[in-house]
Design a binder for this molecule. Structure first.
Ligand SMILES: Cc1cc2nc3c(=O)[nH]c(=O)nc-3n(C[C@H](O)[C@H](O)[C@H](O)COP(=O)(O)OP(=O)(O)OC[C@H]3O[C@@H](n4cnc5c(N)ncnc54)[C@H](O)[C@@H]3O)c2cc1C
Length: 475
């Protein structure tokens, strides 16, 4: 008899607010599965630190599910092409249905489609929910029936939905009766290399971090969130990226702790909510324009920009050796910790594209290969915003000045001193641009002149726009 429900965990590594787990357990005895797919992760350029975080989180999930009497099979796989070989030996257990949460990226969708068809042939059902966002992509559209291309009206509609419907957060399911299963011999998932241990993975620690942020820090979020030397943002993105917590859990906690402040447009709470809506926005954009996954710019005419792609300059940027202290500090922080503050992501992205004239896709890939919170939609959205090629992007003539950004957002130079030890002894007035002093020879000379680089960027964009206009006229 087919009586066993199987919940397959992917980017939803949690027991709270997990619709696939809740639905599976409501239908009968449930087994859970997680398959590590290092080959596919590498194809996605997933950073080693994110891979380690996933492995550590999956191991803890095994214990959390054991409290619900749900055994979790942690399997070492290779690539998405091979997942069927993991399901084959499980068929003999009498699987009734497989439960999953939808992942939006193309390879993941293809993997699911192939598996679903194969399972159907074996008489096994497939149940999938769409819950990576607070509101599922496509569940609301603009007046012309299309996805919004601009954030502000999207946010307005999102907030309207929120006030009409609220959001449902699912509780942790009640334990099931213990089940006895003769598990087939499959290779158990390896442990990672523990390079992510600075980031806790226990559910209670994450919930505590969320609660503490909403109780103690969110009030000052608007004022302090742009200062990288302070720990003034939630640092929850790595957990949202792997689904160790859900966006609905974040919003529900914010509602409880912020109360009426959430209705005040200028409060820290409503600004934080806006950031979570940006997360939804970029995922909706990705689903509406799947070509973004194929690395196409959203604004088609920018595809013709002739990026210079100088490899030496690219290496200087990657290594934090551009001679621009804030850029270098940010890149060194990324290289050493897998993390970078949002303000700095904007600064270094703008610098790569508009000062070094390097294709934004090279930066996008480099970020994915280093970030602990690498997330295709947010990363692509952030890069295309900075490069002025995306939806609701910065206008092409808005070019961050890396020195004034430094003076504004790291006024005392604390962040720079922390990450660029060569400059640690400089006084504040020279820390943002040390090149007028006979500083230590160890610190690199500036690789470009910002003012000149700015002019080149304006020219690159003007040329691409003219080309676009010409081809419009000839069609
Ligand atoms: C070039 C560039 C690349 C980026 N790459 C990523 C990425 O790979 N993964 C990622 O999660 N975020 C990315 N971001 C967005 C943002 O920088 C991070 O989400 C944020 O720094 C995470 O810190 P936090 O959790 O403390 O955020 P908070 O300030 O506490 O915000 C709360 C949550 O809102 C979401 N969020 C915040 N800002 C954004 C944003 N601009 N776009 C989408 N979601 C947002 C995140 O899930 C974040 O955890 C990128 C931004 C830029 C400019």
């Amino acid at each position: 008899m087919r009586a066993l429900q199987l919940v397959w965990f992917r980017s939803d590594l949690r027991v709270y607010d997990n619709a696939a787990l809740t639905e599976a357990m409501s239908h009968g005895p449930t087994l859970a599965l997680f398959i590590a797919c290092p080959q596919s992760w590498q194809q996605h350029q997933m950073a080693p630190i994110k891979q380690d975080l996933i492995r550590r989180r999956a191991q803890v999930l095994e214990q959390e599910l054991a409290e619900l009497n749900v055994p979790l099979l942690l399997i070492e796989g290779s690539s998405y092409h091979d997942v069927q070989s993991v399901f084959e030996p499980l068929l003999s257990l009498g699987l009734a249905r497989v439960y999953t949460e939808l992942e939006y990226e193309l390879r993941e969708r293809r993997r699911d489609q192939v598996l679903q068809e194969w399972l159907a042939k074996q008489g096994v059902g497939w149940w999938q929910c769409d819950r990576q966002c607070a509101f599922a992509p496509g569940s609301f559209v603009n007046g012309s029936g299309a996805m919004y291309q601009v954030f502000t009206p999207f946010k307005k509609r999102w907030l309207q939905r929120f006030s009409e419907q609220g959001l449902q957060v699912l509780a942790k399911p009640k334990p099931q009766a213990p089940i006895e299963i003769n598990l087939p011999a499959l290779t158990r998932m390896h442990s990672g290399d523990d390079c992510s241990t600075a980031w806790p993975v226990e559910q209670n620690a994450l919930l505590k971090q969320l609660r503490r942020f909403c109780q103690q820090q969110v009030q000052d979020y608007k004022k302090l969130r742009d200062l990288p030397a302070l720990d003034a943002t939630s640092r929850l993105s790595p957990y949202l990226a792997i689904g160790a917590i859900s966006v609905r859990q974040c919003i529900a906690r914010l509602q409880v702790e912020a109360g009426t402040a959430l209705q005040q447009a200028d409060s820290g709470a409503s600004v934080w909510l806006s950031e979570l809506i940006w997360r939804d926005f970029y995922k909706h954009v990705l689903v509406a324009w799947p070509d973004l996954i194929k690395h196409q710019p959203f604004q088609a005419e920018t595809a013709t920009i002739r990026w210079h792609n100088d490899e030496t300059l690219f290496r200087a940027w990657c290594d934090g050796k551009t001679g621009y202290p804030l850029v270098d500090a940010a890149m060194r922080q990324l290289n050493q910790t897998g993390w970078m503050h949002n303000r700095l992501r904007m600064v270094v992205a703008s610098f790569l594209v508009k000062d070094l004239h390097i294709d934004w896709r090279k930066g996008e890939q480099y970020f994915m290969s280093r970030l602990i919170d690498g997330d295709f939609a947010a990363n692509n959205g952030g890069w295309q915003w900075a490069a002025s090629t995306g939806t609701d992007a910065a206008p092409y003539f808005r070019i961050f000045n890396p020195i004034t950004q430094s003076e504004r957002f790291d006024p005392e130079g604390d962040f720079i001193r922390n990450w660029v030890p060569e400059l640690a002894k400089l006084p504040n007035q020279h820390i943002h641009w040390p090149h007028k002093l006979p500083i230590s020879k160890e610190y690199p000379k500036a690789v470009v002149d910002h003012a000149k680089a700015r002019q080149v960027t304006l020219e690159l964009f003007r040329h691409a726009r003219q080309q676009g206009e010409k081809s419009d006229e000839s069609t």
